[in-house]
Design a protein around this ligand. Structure first.
Ligand code: F6P
Length: 345
C-alpha cells in the first residue's frame, strides 16, 4: 500500500460494495474522527479543563478520571448515527442497544491507561468490531476469533491508529494540518525473536511459577539458562506497550497473580485482550493466557478479566510450554526445557 494514503481511501478500497464491510469502515472512520477530538483534549490537558481528577469508579471498580468520562461521551456521540446494533464500553456496567437490526456491534475502552493521564504519558482508545449474532444478547459473549476488525489509537508524541480489518495490520498517523490519518506502515510484522520483555515487576512475589521462571531466566541474562541479555520495559499503558511490540518486537505480560482480585490478571477480555490479540496474530505474533489462545475464549461476562501474554511468537510459545510443565520452579527443571538450548528463544 502507498505510504501517505489517507485512511478514507484505504477504508474505501477495503469495503467495496459489501454491506457489512461498509458498516465496519463507517465505524472506523467515525472512531478516527472521535479520536482527533480526544487527542485535542489530551494535548491541551488542564488548558481544556482536563485535570486528571477522579470522577468515580467504573464497572470494574477502577478509578474513573474526567477524561475517561469525556472520551466515552465523544465515542458514543460519534457512533450513535451509525449502523451499530450494540455498544459496550469499559465505562458502563451494561452494554447499550442502539439499532438491533444493524450487522455489527462495538466494544470499546475509551481511554486505556487513564490512571496515568496526569503524568503526560501515552494513553489510547481500544476498539473491537463484532458481527451482531441472531440473538443480540449473545453479542459480547462471542469469542475474539469472531472479530471483524480491531484497532487502537495511541495519543502520544504522535496520534496514531493501529488497525486490522482481518487482513494484516496497518498503522496510520494523524496529519494535523490536513486533519487526516495517513498510512505510515503497512503489513506490519512482529519480529519473532527479540530480547525485550514488559511486566509490572513489583508484583513478582505474587506470580505463578511459570511466570517466575520465565522472568527469572530473562533477568539472569547472558550468564543464565538463556545465554543472552534482555531489556525490560514497563510503561503502564497497554496501547503504548502494544505499539512498541509492533515496532520492535518483545513480549508483554499481565499474568494472573495471588493478589486479591487479580486471580485472572487485570486486563479485560472483551475490549482490551481480544482486540490486542487479533492485532498481534494479524501481525505474526501471538496472544495467550499461558494456557489458552486468547481468541478462543468465550467471555462469560462483559467486564471479565483475563491473564494476557502477547507479542513475539517464540516468547509466547515459550511461556505456554512453561505453563504446561507441572512442577516447574525454574526453566532449568522444567521437563520440556531439560535439554538446554532446545528452546532458546
Ligand atoms: O487496563 C488499564 C491499564 O492501565 C493498562 O493500560 C496497563 O497495561 C495496566 O492497566 C497497568 O497496570 P498496573 O498499574 O497494575 O501496572
Amino acid at each position: 500500500m502507498n505510504p501517505g494514503l489517507s485512511l478514507h481511501q484505504y477504508l474505501d478500497a477495503h469495503a467495496g460494495t459489501d454491506p457489512i464491510r461498509r458498516a465496519v469502515i463507517e465505524v472506523v472512520a467515525a472512531l478516527a474522527q472521535a479520536s482527533t477530538e480526544i487527542s485535542d483534549l489530551i494535548r491541551s490537558g488542564a488548558l481544556a479543563g482536563i485535570t486528571g481528577q477522579a470522577q468515580g469508579r467504573n464497572a470494574d471498580g477502577d478509578v474513573q478520571k474526567d477524561l475517561d468520562v469525556r472520551a466515552d461521551r465523544i465515542i458514543r456521540a460519534a457512533l450513535e448515527p451509525l449502523p451499530v446494533a450494540a455498544i459496550a464500553s469499559e465505562e458502563a456496567m451494561e452494554s447499550e442497544i442502539l439499532y438491533p437490526a444493524a450487522p455489527i456491534s462495538i466494544a470499546v475502552d475509551p481511554l486505556d491507561g487513564s490512571s496515568n493521564i496526569d503524568t503526560n504519558m501515552s494513553v489510547g482508545t481500544i476498539f473491537s468490531v463484532l458481527p451482531t449474532p441472531r440473538d443480540i444478547r449473545a453479542t459480547f459473549t462471542q469469542p475474539g476469533a469472531s472479530q471483524l476488525a480491531a484497532g487502537f489509537f495511541v495519543y502520544g508524541p504522535q496520534t496514531s491508529l493501529v488497525l486490522t480489518l482481518g487482513r494484516g495490520v496497518d498503522i496510520f498517523t494523524l496529519d494535523r494540518g490536513a486533519n487526516l490519518f495517513k498510512l505510515i506502515r503497512s503489513a506490519v510484522q512482529i519480529p519473532a525473536d527479540t530480547a525485550e520483555f514488559a511486566i509490572n515487576a513489583s508484583n513478582q512475589r505474587h506470580w505463578e511459577p511459570p511466570v517466575q521462571a520465565f522472568i527469572e531466566d530473562c533477568m539472569a541474562g547472558a550468564s543464565g539458562e538463556r545465554g543472552k541479555d534482555f531489556n525490560m520495559r514497563w510503561i503502564g499503558s497497554l496501547v503504548a506497550e502494544a505499539y512498541r511490540i509492533l515496532t520492535r518486537g518483545g513480549i508483554f505480560l499481565y499474568p494472573a497473580d495471588a493478589r486479591e482480585g487479580y486471580g485472572e490478571g487485570r486486563l479485560r477480555l472483551v475490549y482490551e485482550a481480544n482486540p490486542m490479540a487479533f492485532i498481534m496474530e494479524q501481525a505474526g505474533g501471538e496472544a495467550s493466557t499461558g494456557r489458552q489462545r486468547i481468541l478462543d475464549l468465550a467471555p462469560g461476562a462483559l467486564h471479565q478479566r483475563v491473564p494476557l501474554i502477547m507479542g513475539s511468537r517464540d516468547k509466547v510459545r515459550r511461556l505456554e510450554r512453561l505453563h504446561m510443565s507441572p512442577d516447574i520452579k525454574s526453566e532449568k527443571n522444567a521437563p520440556l526445557f531439560a535439554h538446554r538450548g532446545l528452546f532458546r528463544n
